[in-house]
Design a protein around this ligand. Structure first.
Ligand SMILES: NC(=O)c1ccc[n+]([C@@H]2O[C@H](COP(=O)([O-])OP(=O)(O)OC[C@H]3O[C@@H](n4cnc5c(N)ncnc54)[C@H](OP(=O)(O)O)[C@@H]3O)[C@@H](O)[C@H]2O)c1
Length: 425
């Protein structure tokens, strides 16, 4: 067993956002490689008529957890779903559950966040800033806590071009923003949001930057690290290649291409897509948890988990591969034959959006209407075009992230852990 896997044995671990993309892979890896861990507490809200327990049952019975059930047959007993809503005061956790979390937790992984680029500022502040503050307050009352790992994003400082593994101050004080969101009404927030967000492209990246400031301000005597992944993509190897469960970032673009919906993407072949497989992010996260708890560095550490500087993947490389793959393994019920190209300016983008995206959707919907069925393609196409416009900022630019701490951590790993955890070079 690796040193890191052995470290998590016997631990009580708290994960927020465990029902999300990264959280599920993190939980899977922990159970699979450290089956003797004591318990994983996960904060889950009831959703879509499902109780937290039903949601967990569904996750454990998914394909992602097939290997876990072989190595950790009592996984159901080792997972404690705690009903919680991070938007509520004290997370709406019962007194008994709070007591158990406070007295037993050894490691916290804070993954929960709103990752929607077009989320309302109030909601983004509530979840990405205020909830982080509240969780840190809880963590400060955990006598057995060894490490607190906060998942941020490499784009929290995307208003800069070169980003070091440090916290950059925001022009506004997070506490003032949290307070103002409590009493301002939505119309006023909508009006002031662009001014508050300033150089950041959206409320998500802005509130993740504020969240990091909160972590720094509320760190007290906690042993804290921040992980900043860039775009998190499908699994590379673990537990099996290609697992993904959302349409964020490149996933949505690949699926829209495969379905024949996306015919033109505003990018140049040279533009770099800074994507990192989710299992690599999880491996780094677990290594950081181990390092912080065992080595206890004197200050908070920040780790970049990016690929652009090490092993860049540009659209010119990725585009033909995506097209070749979706042609070899065609999607079911594709709208058109997959074929996509790059557009480079506003005029050609507008042209292709009209001719190749909107016009076929309108014609298709007209046929649906003629045959008495409900038109749906125009709505879907408008959503796709809007999603593309939201990610354009990240497609069109490149950033340079320093990775000193990440490299230093790699040099601290045992040969077995290094073999498992390094992959980007
Ligand atoms: N995905 C990426 O490309 C990427 C890139 C860089 C950084 N990150 C960071 O990585 C972390 C995880 O991202 P992800 O992609 O896994 O996001 P995700 O799939 O959207 O998961 C978000 C998680 O947060 C939970 N959550 C949201 N609101 C909540 C609430 N009010 N109460 C309790 N839980 C709540 C969600 O629970 P429900 O299931 O109930 O909705 C879900 O478990 C985030 O901090 C994100 O900023 C992600």
């Amino acid at each position: 067993m690796s040193t890191i896997a052995a470290f998590y044995g016997g631990k009580s671990i708290l994960i927020t956002g465990a029902t999300g993309f990264m959280g599920k892979v993190l939980m899977e890896k922990l159970f699979r490689t450290s089956p003797n861990l004591k318990v994983i507490y996960i904060l889950v809200r009831p959703k879509a008529d499902q109780t937290p327990q039903q949601r967990v049952f569904q996750i454990l019975n998914s394909k992602l957890f097939e290997k876990v059930k072989e190595v950790c047959p009592d996984v159901h007993e080792k997972i404690r779903a705690i009903s919680a809503d991070l938007n509520q005061s004290d997370f709406a956790i019962s007194k008994e559950d709070t007591q158990e979390l406070l007295s037993c937790t050894n490691i916290v992984f804070h993954c929960a966040a709103t990752v929607r680029f077009d989320d309302h500022l109030r909601h983004a502040v509530q979840l990405n800033v205020a909830a982080t503050q509240q969780l840190l307050l809880m963590a400060s009352q955990m006598p057995k806590l060894e490490a607190f790992i906060h998942i941020s994003t490499a784009y929290s400082n995307c208003n800069l071009k070169h980003i070091d593994e440090v916290i950059y101050p925001c022009p506004v004080e997070p506490k003032k923003i949290i307070d103002s969101m409590e009493w301002l009404d939505d119309a006023v927030i909508d009006e002031i949001a662009p001014k508050l967000i300033g150089d950041w492209p959206n409320a998500y990246t802005f509130t993740k930057a504020l969240g990091e400031m909160v972590v720094q301000q509320e760190s007290r005597n906690l042993n804290i690290a921040i992980i900043r992944p860039s775009i998190v993509g499908a699994t590379w190897q673990e537990p099996f290649p290609g697992w993904v469960d959302n349409l964020n970032g490149p996933n949505g673009i690949i699926i829209a291409t495969g379905k024949g919906l996306l015919r033109a993407l505003r990018a140049t072949p040279k533009d770099v897509l800074d994507v990192v497989p989710v299992d690599i992010v999880v491996n780094l996260t677990l290594a950081v948890g181990w390092y912080m708890a065992v080595r206890r560095p004197t200050s908070m550490l920040i780790y970049h988990c990016t690929s652009g500087n090490l092993n860049p993947c540009n659209w010119g490389k990725m585009g033909p591969q995506v097209l070749a793959t979706v042609k070899k393994f065609p999607f079911e019920k594709a709208f058109r034959r997959p074929n996509a190209d790059f557009t480079t300016n506003t005029i050609t983008t507008l042209y292709w959006n009209t001719v190749s995206h909107r016009a076929p959707a309108i014609i298709y919907d007209f046929c649906l209407w003629l045959t008495g069925r409900k038109p749906r393609m125009t709505k879907l196409m408008n959503r796709l075009i809007r999603s593309l416009s939201l990610v354009e900022y990240f497609i069109k630019q490149t950033w340079e992230w320093s990775t000193y701490n990440t490299e230093m951590l790699m040099s601290e790993l045992s040969p077995e852990d290094r073999r498992v955890r390094t992959a980007l070079t």
